[in-house]
Design a binder for this molecule. Structure first.
Ligand SMILES: Cc1cc2nc3c(=O)[nH]c(=O)nc-3n(C[C@H](O)[C@H](O)[C@H](O)COP(=O)(O)OP(=O)(O)OC[C@H]3O[C@@H](n4cnc5c(N)ncnc54)[C@H](O)[C@@H]3O)c2cc1C
Length: 437
């Protein structure tokens, strides 16, 4: 079978790897000069750094299996990490039960209810039930109004870039479960992993195995459309040339797929076009000295434009990134965000203004670089009551399959969810049964 894969991000490359291992001929088409998509790297004076911060959790077993299979296990490192909270001008540690029980922004009763919420999420297993409960309602029930107002609502507002958030409980439930899976129990320490050379180390290793198995990888090659004849996908058009394939697998964001199939069923194109995503504005500040002890510092103050300070060199040993200290300052953006249109200089100005308020003693001469990174399609949004609108792996066009981050739900977009989805896609594509979405 000859397969054409649209998109050379983690999804596309992992799909190609598994299909080639199953003995199929594969072409990957990637429109950018390099593969990797959101998980690609920046070359900073000869040092590879993740364009966006990427951690692998100690519980991400599909990722770790791939890392082993592709021979880069010797570049995997485990580190104990810490989280913090910024509230009303103060930084608080937020790691151990003691931190929880002494967290100053909450009273004793509220602290207890917050801890209960985290524990409760681990025992709840019914994703379908979580999908029917609005997120604030679920949080209020266990955490209470005070904790919702002080902690959860600001975090939700930050994460979704909106005052009122119309998403199901699944979002926070899924995140709490993922974060707690890095611990052996509520009392143990948080362990995370990274690959020396960043996420791209794995993507590059996958691509090398693909090349050894005869996969053709074309970068700088946007797919212009999926060719459909007599209602069936028969290949792709690239550079004005039609290339035949027995199957086409699209891994790109859903609105792009709608544009790639002008000849496809209109109701299907509409379904793809209406899938919504949050974007991200994520400056990377390179410092010549450390800033905090935290991997993530969560921010609840709505005046601060970025929503976290992610100091990845509290996970990654600085010697693996040229001795630099890497601080990512992300803000997730709603689809119509005005901030998305800001030029880099304005982003720097606004971000630094608030950054200096947060860290009044900050020595600006320690900033070596401020690199504004942005992406439009990052985290799929799934409003209440729309799970039946998630596209299926097998599209209504015979011969065409879809595998993108919209289909990760209820998981959030991350490498573990992507590489796990790939396994389901392979089962469907090769007709080995399994769920179709
Ligand atoms: C700020 C941020 C932080 C993150 N943190 C983590 C983390 O800590 N841990 C973790 O596991 N994950 C993290 N992620 C998520 C992770 O990056 C994604 O889950 C993963 O990279 C998605 O891969 P993908 O291949 O599905 O999509 P993408 O990476 O979006 O790949 C799609 C590819 O398709 C290409 N393309 C688009 N249109 C066309 C076309 N017409 N023809 C050909 N090619 C096309 C694009 O150029 C792109 O390369 C983070 C993401 C962001 C943005």
């Amino acid at each position: 079978m000859k397969a054409a894969i649209v998109g050379g991000g983690l999804m596309g490359v992992t799909l190609a790897y598994h299909l080639a291992r199953a003995g199929h001929a594969v072409n990957i088409y990637e429109r950018s000069p390099n593969i990797g998509g959101l998980a690609t790297y920046l070359d900073y004076h000869g040092v590879r750094v993740d364009r966006f911060y990427h951690t692998i959790l100690s519980s991400d077993m599909t990722m770790q299996t791939l890392i082993r299979e592709t021979g880069v296990e010797d570049r995997l490192r485990f580190t104990e990490t810490k989280q913090g909270f910024y509230d009303s001008g103060n930084l608080y540690p937020f790691n151990t039960p003691k931190d929880f029980m002494t967290f100053p922004p909450l009273n004793l009763f509220q602290r207890f209810r917050l801890a209960l919420q985290v524990i409760y999420a681990q025992f709840e297993r019914d994703a379908a039930k979580m999908d029917t409960i609005p997120v604030e309602q679920w949080l209020s029930r266990v955490s209470g109004r005070g904790v919702v107002e002080k902690v959860w609502r600001p975090l939700l507002r930050a994460k979704f870039d909106a005052e009122a958030v119309d998403v199901p409980a699944t979002y926070i439930w899924s995140r709490l479960r993922r974060m707690m899976s890095t611990r052996q129990g509520v009392t143990s320490k948080e362990m995370m992993c990274y690959l020396i050379g960043g996420y791209f180390t794995l993507i590059e290793a996958l691509a090398k195995h693909c090349a050894d198995m005869g996969v053709a990888l074309s970068t700088n090659t946007p797919v212009e459309r999926v060719n459909i004849e007599n209602g069936r996908a028969v290949g792709v058009r690239v550079g004005g040339e039609d290339i035949a394939a027995d199957i086409v697998i699209a891994t790109v964001p859903s609105p792009y797929i709608a544009e790639l199939i002008p000849g496809g069923p209109q109701d299907y194109r509409d379904l793809l076009a209406k899938q919504q995503y949050l974007g991200v504005m994520c400056p990377l500040m390179i410092l010549n000295k450390p800033l905090t002890p935290y991997y993530v510092l969560n921010i609840t103050d709505p005046r601060i434009p970025f929503t976290a300070v992610v100091e990845t060199t509290n996970l990654i040993a600085p010697e693996h990134v040229g001795g630099h200290h890497l601080i990512y300052l992300p803000k997730y953006l709603s689809p119509n965000s005005e901030i998305a249109t800001w030029p880099d200089e304005r982003v720097r100005e606004e971000w630094m203004r608030y950054f200096k308020q947060m860290f009044p003693d900050f020595d600006e001469s320690s900033v070596v670089e401020f690199l504004v990174q942005r992406a439009r399609y990052v985290e799929p949004l799934r409003p209440m009551g729309t799970t039946n609108e998630i596209p299926q792996i097998q599209s209504p066009i015979p011969g065409m399959f879809v595998a993108n981050t919209v289909m990760l739900y209820p998981d959030l977009s991350n490498g573990e969810a992507v590489t796990s989805l790939v396994k389901r896609v392979i089962a469907v594509v090769l007709g080995q049964g399994g769920p179709s979405a």
